[in-house]
Design a protein around this ligand. Structure first.
Ligand code: AMP
Length: 282
């Protein structure tokens, strides 16, 4: 496995691979690997000749009051874990390499960026779309691997890829969870023991919403109410949003039909966690 920090060096390595007709799979991350990241690497390994994983804590997707400075960084451990998954190249650019002096450009995916998490994190998805556009131009992968856990991120990136005619196919993979159902996240390590225990309510609430839908409930308001009630029983939880939206447009729905995304963001102390489920109603 190679660790590459330099953009021209990575490009020349990938040019050589492509000249040998090798397919390239790409997993962009912010590091602090857990089984969610590793599951993306595993599928990427199965489906491509060359596996590239980036580790870059992207400053422009964090708001001024967010956790950019304290975001976990553990490069040595990440390198060890990626090696075990037979990753070929870890790309760890510096901030200066990605955003050199004089940098001015950003990619804005309108509408879908401003819903759900976009409301409480203004500019977040502009930062995400911009860094992913840059990474796709650098790596030029055949396949891009994303996690379902960041559902809105997936919608924003897929929209950008279609709108800008980026020649890559996107694979969105299932959320990997702890045994009590909590979606794995690098931010889970911020939680106190009490918050960590209480955070398991998120998936319990989503599952009970799914049950309610399975039993025929179609009113979004009822579904949201079920979820909110369950979450508010936990003393450290503060709800940012609980939403039922169309899985493609992310527009709120009143009556559930088609592919519906039930998504939430909840604060536990200073830590904001997100989770979601997608339900297909036929
Ligand atoms: P991050 O390092 O948080 O930016 O995440 C990098 C990639 O891993 C993104 O595509 C995430 O959606 C994905 N990911 C994060 N957590 C999980 C999880 N629990 N299960 C599956 N994929 C995940």
């Amino acid at each position: 496995m190679m660790i590459v920090r330099d953009i021209p060096k990575l490009k020349s390595l990938l040019r050589a691979a492509r000249a040998q007709d090798k397919t390239v799979g790409f997993v962009p991350t912010m590091g602090a690997f857990h089984d969610g990241h590793l599951s993306l690497m595993r599928v990427c390994r199965r489906e491509n000749d060359l596996v590239v994983v980036s580790i870059f804590v992207n400053p422009i997707q964090f708001g001024p009051k967010e956790d950019f400075r304290r975001y976990p960084r553990q490069e040595k451990k990440d390198v060890f874990l990626a090696k075990k998954e037979n990753v070929d190249i870890i790309f760890c650019p510096s901030i200066k390499n990605m955003y050199p002096d004089g940098y001015l450009t950003s990619v804005e995916v309108a509408d879908v960026s401003n819903r759900l998490c976009g409301r409480s994190r203004p500019g977040h998805f502009r930062g995400v779309a911009t860094v992913v556009a840059k990474l796709l131009n650098i790596v030029e992968p055949d396949r891009l691997y994303l996690g379902e856990k960041d559902a809105q991120q997936g919608v924003v990136i897929q929209r950008m890829i279609e709108d800008l005619n980026v020649p890559v196919s996107v694979r969105i993979l299932k959320t990997v969870r702890e045994t009590d159902g909590l979606a794995m996240s690098s931010r889970n390590q911020y939680l106190t023991a009490v918050q960590r225990r209480e955070a398991a309510v998120l998936y319990r609430a989503l599952k009970s919403a799914a049950d309610q839908i399975r039993h025929g409930e179609r009113r979004a308001q009822r579904i949201r109410q079920t979820i909110r009630r369950m979450i508010l029983r936990e003393s450290s939880a503060r709800i940012d949003y609980v939403a039922c939206v169309d899985g493609n447009s992310l527009r709120p729905v009143d009556l559930l039909q088609g592919r519906v995304l039930v998504a939430l963001a909840v604060w536990f102390g200073n830590t904001r966690l997100i989770d979601n489920i997608t339900i297909n109603i036929i």
